[in-house]
Design a binder for this molecule. Structure first.
Ligand SMILES: [Zn+2]
Length: 303
């Protein structure tokens, strides 16, 4: 048995074949998301990409998508700023007709966390918290290979936890004081500008290359990392998972980010949970596809 797996992001769509064991089978194809051209154009781009894959032996497709996804109907509930008009799109219905197999859709944070839980560094754990930190902050609590989706399919919006480091800072969601406003790459960069940083720096990555010589850049990284650590510690106090996995683009940034994160994580934990391990994800860019395929496999078995 083989599955198609698709990830629909605000800038990029990726698709590949995944075996029942969770291994990629053949190439992963990518294309640019026509994010400003409306949902029809995005769905057409997905179908065109999937049609380039070998469909032999494929029994279902797992689709991970940006936005809030109602997995019971495969419909996009909440819009995302990254794809215009995405809310209300009947994702699974439309794609199953276009590619000719059952489609099971879920939010990208949930797909990624499932990939970590089933195939990642913490795969032996029964329960885990996954925080993905990059251009945004998301994740999920996963127990027994099921993500906590919540009553409105929006569970896991860890980027919108209130943290003290973000006090007074405006988040992309329109509220004030959320983790993403300081803990994400763009959040750290905005903090850097606000505190007199060099406006020629255009990317959070450049904060790290300049931090040895630029005390404001170093401070921005400390603030962002500490905010993630505070949030992770608070989540552990609330959920008591076996392990915390920090993933996403920033997780590979090295000790300058990891050290203040771990320090604030440890400071936040209650004594009973002080031994909870926090691990940095092994680099695997396609865990989101493998998680989506795993989800489709479990849903297909129930259906
Ligand atoms: Zn927010």
């Amino acid at each position: 048995m083989t599955l198609f797996a698709v990830d629909i992001g605000g800038t990029k769509i990726a698709a590949g074949r995944v075996t029942e064991q969770g291994d990629l089978d053949g190439p992963v194809l990518t294309t640019t998301t026509p994010a400003t051209q409306g949902p029809e154009a995005v769905l057409d781009a997905v179908a065109a990409l999937v049609r380039q894959l070998d469909d032999r032996g494929v029994t279902a497709a797992g689709v991970s998508s940006a936005g809030v996804i109602d997995s019971s109907t495969g419909t996009v509930l909440g819009s995302t700023t990254s794809i215009s008009g995405w809310a209300g799109t009947p994702l699974s219905h439309h794609l199953s007709q276009a590619i000719g197999c059952p489609v099971f859709a879920l939010g990208d944070g949930h797909a990624f966390a499932l990939g970590e839980a089933v195939y990642g560094a913490a795969r032996s754990a029964t329960s885990l918290l996954v925080l993905a930190v990059g251009t945004g902050v998301g994740g999920s609590y996963v127990r027994d290979r099921k993500t906590l989706t919540g009553s409105h399919w929006a569970g896991g919006h860890f980027g919108h936890l209130a943290v003290p480091q973000a006090e007074g800072l405006l988040c992309d969601c329109g509220k004030v004081g959320h983790l993403e406003a300081i803990g994400s790459g763009p959040g750290m960069l905005r903090w850097y500008y606000r505190h007199g940083g060099d406006p020629r720096l255009l990317d959070a990555r450049e904060l790290f290359t300049t931090a040895d010589a630029d005390v404001t850049a170093a401070h921005a990284i400390d603030m962002g990392a500490a905010a993630v650590g505070t949030a992770a510690g608070g989540l552990v106090n609330a959920f008591d998972p076996d392990v915390v996995v920090i993933a996403g683009g920033l997780s590979q940034a090295g000790p300058r980010w990891e050290q203040p994160l771990r320090a604030s994580f440890t400071r936040t934990l209650i004594p009973a949970l002080s031994g909870t391990p926090l691990i940095i994800s092994e680099t695997d860019a396609w865990l989101v596809l493998r998680g989506a395929a795993f989800y489709a496999q479990t849903r297909k078995d129930i259906a």
